[in-house]
Design a protein around this ligand. Structure first.
Ligand SMILES: [Zn+2]
Ligand SMILES: [Zn+2]
Length: 305
């Protein structure tokens, strides 16, 4: 049996946000307001990822929210056909080896070739930060512009800001383009909230203790799933069959190869709380997506086999 790491000895799944903006860059809410909103929505941790401005500060400690040290780096590609790379960086405390300073500023960089971003990523990794590749659809890139960048632990598969403001919702399609090539990269739902109504729509649920190092370690090994509402309780493979258990949904999709996906619905509209799917030969991963009656999705990370 192979169980996806999120559900291995899972007790409490922490709720967290890995991408949001405040008045420290171009967000509408102050850091205090944004943190309080997340507290009201039962978040356990949050990365405040203002553009090119590193943050460690917990602006509203009374919320009890753990702040993950973070920022978002902007790399622009002015030539036609490419728009930009945006990269969220998350890391430990300074005491645990993070090389960035509070309020350290970075110039947004212009590059010609998309892979000129690699040395920038290498510097971020050298400063002991993990990198999350952001919103490829909004960035106007194709998968070939970022699929060979090295060291991104994850990429965004849902971004509330892009979905709400620009009706852009195909980031998970890019994910399968990478996965089908055998690349091991996890998928993350985020908000990228700028306006207040873009916060607290997409989040991760992490199988970790509520401290920075435990959360980072769990993210690094894919011990989390992403959601805009529904909950996932288990996801595993046994004897060539993938199994999922979840809160009540109307649709479960198992992605075991690009097309056709295995789409499971109930003809009489009774809710589903799980499904099974026989895996096809010759594929290297399976992941599942569930959708509730309000159209909100949740995504497992892949099981690689
Ligand atoms: Zn961005
Ligand atoms: Zn952003």
């Amino acid at each position: 049996m192979i169980r996806q790491a999120a559900f291995e000895n899972a007790t409490k799944m922490l709720k967290g946000g890995l991408h949001c903006h405040t008045t420290r860059s171009d967000g509408h809410g102050t850091p205090e307001e944004v943190m309080r909103l997340h507290k009201a929505n039962c978040y356990d941790f949050l990365a405040i990822t203002d553009h090119c401005n590193y943050n460690y500060t917990n602006y509203a400690p009374e919320t009890g929210i753990t702040i993950i040290p973070a920022m978002e780096i902007d790399i622009n590609m002015p030539s036609p056909g490419n728009h930009c790379h945006h990269i969220v960086c998350i890391g430990p405390t300074k005491e645990d080896g993070n090389g960035f300073e509070q309020d350290q500023r970075f110039d947004s960089v212009d590059i010609e070739d998309p892979y000129e971003a690699q040395p920038i990523l290498d510097i971020i990794h050298k400063e002991n930060n993990m990198t999350l590749y952001c919103h490829p659809e909004w960035s106007g890139v194709s998968a070939r512009d970022f699929e060979n960048l090295q060291g991104n632990f994850a990429m965004e598969i849902w971004n509330s800001g892009c979905a709400i403001e620009n009706d852009m919702d195909t980031n998970a399609a890019y994910w399968d383009e990478l996965l089908i090539q055998g690349k091991k990269i996890y998928g993350v739902a985020t908000d990228d909230g700028h306006a207040m109504d873009q916060h607290c729509v997409g989040w991760v649920r992490v199988n970790a203790e509520n401290n920075i190092n435990s959360i980072l370690e769990a993210l690094k090994i894919g011990a989390f799933y992403s959601s805009c509402g529904p909950e996932i309780y288990d996801f595993y493979i046994e004897d060539g069959v993938a199994h999922i258990r979840c809160s009540e949904v109307v649709e479960i999709k198992m992605c075991n190869f690009r097309v056709p996906y295995n789409l499971i619905t109930n003809p009489d509209n009774t809710p589903l709380t799980g499904a099974e799917c026989k895996l096809r030969e010759g594929t290297g991963y399976v992941r599942a997506v569930i959708k509730d009656a309000q159209g909100r999705r949740a995504w497992t990370n892949p099981i690689f086999f």
